[in-house]
Structures are given as C-alpha cells and as structure tokens.
Ligand binder design. Structure first.
Ligand SMILES: Cc1cc2nc3c(=O)[nH]c(=O)nc-3n(C[C@H](O)[C@H](O)[C@H](O)COP(=O)(O)OP(=O)(O)OC[C@H]3O[C@@H](n4cnc5c(N)ncnc54)[C@H](O)[C@@H]3O)c2cc1C
Length: 440
C-alpha cells in the first residue's frame, strides 16, 4: 500500500452505494486505512422502493430522508455533491459536472475531478420508455423523490378541483393510467386506491370514489408482475380487481397524450394523470465510460467479483450492474434493492481484502423471495432459500412484516440497530398526530 491512504470513490448513494460508503467509512475511513468518498448528485438519500408511497402520500419524505453530509460526518467518509459524467481509466479519475441547485438554478460548484484507486459505480436505473411518443411530455415518472412529490401534488389538486367545480366531471377527470404492471405499478395502484378514498373522507365529499375515480393499470404482456411467480401475479390481480382497479393486460401503449393513453389496438384510455412505470435501463452515460463493457440497457457488465470486465479497479453494484447469477447459468441478477444490499455488504468485505492484498471472493446472490405490498389491504409473496428451507407462499400481516423488514435492514446498515429502533418508535408516535395521508 502507498504512503497516502487508498482512495475508494463510490458514485451513487442509493440502496447499494450509501450502505457501502457507510460500512467502508466505519471500518476503514475512521481508522485512516482508506479515504472513502461518495459522489452523489442529490443532497439527501431516500430509499427508492418507498417512492410510490411518497406519490400516494402515505409516507412522508422528510421523516425518511437521510442527509448525505451528516451521514458522511458520522460515518467516516467524504460526501461530494455532483453528477458523474465521465471517466479517465488511465489517470484513474472520475469527472463530475458542475453542481447546479435544482430549485434555485444557482451554480454551486464548478466541474470537478476525483482521483481513485478503487472505483465503485452504483448509479441505479431509470425507467425505459422505449421511445414511446408523448411519455416525456405528458407522463410522470417515479425515479426521484421530487417526481413522486410532484405526482402527489397533482393528485391532490385533481381531487380538490373536481370537488370545487360545478360542471359535471370530464371523462378523463380523476382517471389515473399506470403504464407497466411490475411491482411499482401494482403497488402504486393499491396505494392510490387507499389515498383517494382517504382524501375524500377528509371532506372532499362531492366526489363519489366508486363512481368518479378510476385507476387503470396497463400492461403490454399477458400477465401482471411478469417477473414474479405466477401465483403472485394471479393473487395480486385478484386483489386489484376486488378494489375495482381496471387491469388491462396484452395492451401495448403507442402514445401518451395530454388527455390519456392510446393503445396499439386503436383504443384510447382517458386519464388526467399518467404514470410511466414500465421498463428498466441504466443511465446512458455508462455506455460511454472510457470503453467499459455495457449491455443493451447500458448496464456495466461485471464478473462474479463485481469487477467490470475491462478494468479490475472499477466495480459496479446495484441496478446499473449486469451481474451473473451464480448457480443459474446465463441469468443476470434482477435489479432489486435486495441484490444491491447484498452486493454492498459483500463489496465492503472485498475492498478490505483488496487493501490487504488478498484475492477477491465471488459474490453469490441469495434470493429470499419476492413480496408485493397492496397498500393497507394486504401483502402477497413467497419466501425461499435458506431463510425458510423451501419455497413458502405468504400473505397478510406476516408478509407485510417481512416486506417492511427489507427497509429495516437498509436502515440498520445506515444507522445501526439502536438508532433504527429509536427512529421507528418516533415515527410510530408521530403518525398518531398527523393525517393518514398527506393532504397537500
Ligand atoms: C417505486 C419503486 C418501488 C420498488 N420496490 C422495490 C421492492 O419492493 N423491492 C425491491 O427489492 N426493489 C424495489 N425497487 C427497486 C429498487 O429500488 C432498486 O433495485 C434499488 O434502489 C437499486 O439500488 P441502487 O443502489 O442500484 O440504485 P438507487 O437506489 O437507485 O441509487 C442510485 C443513486 O445514484 C445517484 N446517481 C444516479 N446517477 C448519478 C450520477 N451520474 N452521478 C452521481 N450520482 C448519481 C442517484 O441520485 C441515487 O441516489 C423499487 C423501485 C421503485 C422505483
């Protein structure tokens, strides 16, 4: 090891990157064994699987957001705000664009360069609109907390407007079209059902939810939750239909307009609010990163040690990595928080080994199953692997508890057990003093 500490740069402080920065800061940074730097384009961290709950107003962003600067101070790493745009592998430098405050429009920093000895890219993924016309102009995305909050605001505005108007409702008014019936689309539909009923119950009583509000879930494939076991798909569809959510399968969207969605069949579905929740791709700039290998959806191709195929000093984890699923030949690990969490824990140990000059060990994904939350109504899913010694179908309260435990694991990785318990208790108490959904 050189006289100056080994420089670990992590780009992207999401489900995987922030856990890794925290762990490395605690174990190596605080002891001066490495200098750990997190480069992240946002100022606060929010766990992405809860974004649909921000959109529905059932989770408050500000009670769950983690301030990167405070986290770095407490856990022995450096936080540098900014968006990575390029890489020089020969000089081992990450290029970061000037940081412009998204609200004020003020340029806060100039362009910067960060040198590294070990680089970990963990920039997550985006929705894939497959070039469908009108998506960028008329559909809302749920990729960031700001987008989720904006959706919520528009939902509340739509209900207040409908309640205040004397004219009859237009056909698209209070109709929501959710495009894509993966976990995000399905969970969002159930949350919105609950939210709209709650909003009305708080006094917007000129709206009759059963008559006036319609939630459509539109899926191009033959089943909802196509990536998950068929029993989950059938159970979730049954639950949604019980809530009068209209589930349309084999329905490919060809255009999004200002008044709804056009399908390949020629049919139009009117909607005031359209959410695009289909497809996954990694950010496009990864395909131009100094000849690193990427796949069709811009993910960085990595080996079982999570090192990129063309540079052993550059690692990738989380949704932006195309990682082989050991034991399932030819299959990639799915883009899930569960995988990002496991990769972060593994890489924290491997970077310590790298510093000691020991060979790296391969990472093996352990699939603990899948769970889909249908809001306050129910949770369905399966548990599998070493956790329960088989493949178990679960539903209801126990499934809900298991679903929540994934977030608790993330919180424990960031804050430890004691602070996580305190935070959970304080949120439990605070929830008794505020409305069940956010009303503004
Ligand atoms: C609504 C929704 C619900 C979901 N539900 C579930 C679920 O129930 N279970 C599950 O397992 N998974 C779920 N997922 C998927 C899960 O959120 C992701 O798999 C997980 O967040 C991936 O973690 P990550 O660290 O790779 O990326 P992210 O958590 O997306 O973090 C990426 C970070 O990189 C930052 N970043 C991006 N580009 C740059 C750049 N150029 N420079 C600097 N910083 C950058 C971003 O600001 C972000 O902080 C859901 C996703 C969504 C959107």
């Amino acid at each position: 090891m050189s006289a100056s500490p080994h420089r670990v740069v992590i780009v992207g402080g999401g489900a995987g990157g922030l856990e890794l920065a925290t762990r490395l800061g605690d174990t190596l940074g605080k002891r001066g064994l490495a200098q750990v730097t997190l480069v992240e384009k946002a100022r606060t961290h929010f766990w992405k699987p809860h974004l649909h709950e921000i959109a529905a107003g059932t989770v408050d962003l500000h009670t769950h957001a983690v301030d990167y600067l405070a986290q770095s101070h407490w856990h022995g790493f450096r936080y540098r705000v900014g968006e990575m745009t390029g890489l020089d592998r020969t000089r081992r430098e990450v290029q970061v664009a000037p940081y412009v405050d998204p609200e004020e429009g003020e340029q806060v920093t100039g362009a910067r360069i960060f040198g590294y000895d070990t680089l970990v890219i963990a920039v997550g993924s985006l929705n894939n609109d497959f070039g469908t016309p009108g998506v960028q102009e008329h559909a809302m995305l749920l990729e960031t907390p700001a987008q989720a909050e904006r959706f919520h605001r528009r939902l509340v505005n739509a209900c207040v407007r409908a309640h205040a108007q004397s004219a009859p409702l237009r056909p698209e008014q209070l109709q929501v079209a959710i495009i894509g019936a993966g976990a995000t689309g399905v969970e969002l539909a159930a949350e919105l059902h609950h939210t709209t009923r709650t909003l009305v119950s708080y006094g917007l009583d000129r709206i009759d939810p059963e008559r006036d509000i319609r939630i459509n879930v539109i899926e191009a494939g033959p089943h909802i939750l196509a990536a998950l076991p068929q029993r989950m798909s059938m159970s979730a569809q049954h639950q949604l239909e019980k809530l009068h959510v209209r589930v349309r399968t084999n329905a490919r969207v060809t255009e999004v307009t200002d008044s709804g969605v056009k399908l390949a069949s020629g049919e139009t579905i009117p909607a005031e609010l359209v959410v695009w929740a289909a497809g996954v791709k990694a950010p496009e700039f990864l395909s131009k990163l100094d000849t690193l290998e990427t796949n069709r959806i811009h993910q960085l191709v990595v080996s079982s040690t999570l090192q990129t195929t063309r540079d052993e000093n550059v690692f990738a984890i989380g949704d932006c990595a195309a990682a082989p699923w050991l034991g399932r030949e030819g299959t990639l690990v799915p883009p899930r928080a569960q995988a990002a969490h496991q990769q972060a824990s593994h890489l924290a140990r491997q970077i310590a080994r790298r510093l000691r000059g020991q060979p790296l060990q391969p990472w093996r994904y352990r699939d603990f199953g899948s769970l889909v939350s249908l809001g306050t109504y129910t949770t369905v899913g399966n548990l599998m692997g070493q956790l329960v010694g088989g493949n178990f179908w679960i539903e209801g309260l126990f499934a809900r508890w298991m679903y929540q435990s994934l977030y608790k694991m993330h919180e424990v990785a960031l804050h430890g057990y004691w602070k996580t318990a305190l935070g959970s208790a304080s949120r439990f108490i605070a929830r008794r003093t505020v409305p069940r959904v956010k009303l503004h």
